[in-house]
Design a binder for this molecule. Structure first.
Ligand code: NDP
Length: 242
């Protein structure tokens, strides 16, 4: 660890896809301490390999964002990993996608999508507040999707009809960002779309490899200031509509 103060990060959904790539790129710089949260640490073999070579800069914490008890139980582990440094960046990345439409959606499945994609991130942000308050940067990044934007739904690859529960959950997440910003002007809260990224969620289809999307996300998020709070940005820094 360098003599300068390290920057601290919490990434949810860190076992695969964009979350795993975020952890990988953050660990490439010795200035970062990373908490990688995942629901099944036993199965997160790549994360375990990262940890072995991280020289103590990676902590793996069990956190199922759809299980509110799990979120509350993670606090003591976060506190012990981050201590007095607090949390500079919280990245609410974990998410699920279901294929459904407005007239076929299963309401129980819809609630599970909302639980995972917005209720969980809201509670993660709440329980992390004391750690964010201790930090220098105080940034929350809610990873959303163009699917949830009223202004761009017609042009989105999933179309106006499909992925309805997912789209509604991400629209709610966009509103959460705005409400978090309004309630806590001392924080910088950003919504970001990572672009169309080749991960399991997209069956490896999309315009971007995770490396490119995540490089963009990290560049943008490390440059935002409190003036940007409440904004909806794309991975390449463009501002967009929520
Ligand atoms: P993946 O499906 O590849 O990965 C999803 C990650 O979320 C996995 O690590 C998964 O963990 C985790 N996760 C799912 N449910 C939970 C839960 N209940 N608790 C904790 N972790 C959970 O998706 P992506 O990496 O592509 O997506 C990451 C984020 O980016 C999501 O929020 C998604 O909506 C968003 N996004 C992605 C786009 C894309 O093109 N890929 C486009 C727009 C937005 P596990 O391994 O345990 O299943």
């Amino acid at each position: 660890m360098s003599a300068t103060r390290p920057t601290t990060w919490l990434v949810t959904g860190a076992s695969r896809g964009i979350g795993l790539e975020l952890v990988r790129q953050l660990l490439s710089s010795s200035e970062h301490i990373v908490v990688a949260a995942c629901r099944n640490p036993e199965k997160a073999t790549v994360l375990k390999d990262f940890k072995d070579s991280s020289k103590g800069r990676l902590h793996i914490v069990r956190l199922d964002v759809s299980d509110f008890d799990s979120i509350r139980a993670s606090v003591k582990h976060l506190e012990s990993a981050l201590g007095e440094l607090g949390l500079d960046y919280l990245i609410n990345n974990a998410g699920i996608l279901t294929q459904d439409t407005a007239f076929t959606l299963n309401p129980e499945q819809f609630l599970q999508v909302v639980r995972t994609n917005v209720a969980g991130p809201a509670l993660v942000s709440q329980v992390c507040l004391p750690l964010l308050e201790k930090s220098v940067r105080k940034v929350i990044l809610n990873i959303s999707s163009t699917a949830g934007s009223l202004g761009s739904v017609e042009g989105w690859v999933g179309g106006a009809a499909g992925f309805t529960s997912y789209a509604m959950s991400k629209a709610a997440l966009n509103m959460l960002t705005v409400k978090q910003k309004a309630e806590r002007p001392d924080l910088t809260v950003i919504t970001m779309c990572p672009g169309g990224v080749r991960t399991d969620m997209t069956s490896k289809m999309g315009e971007l490899e995770p490396e490119e999307s995540v490089a963009g996300i990290l560049k943008v998020i490390t440059s935002v200031t409190s003036e940007d709070s409440g904004k909806y940005l794309r991975y390449n820094g463009e501002q967009t509509r929520s």
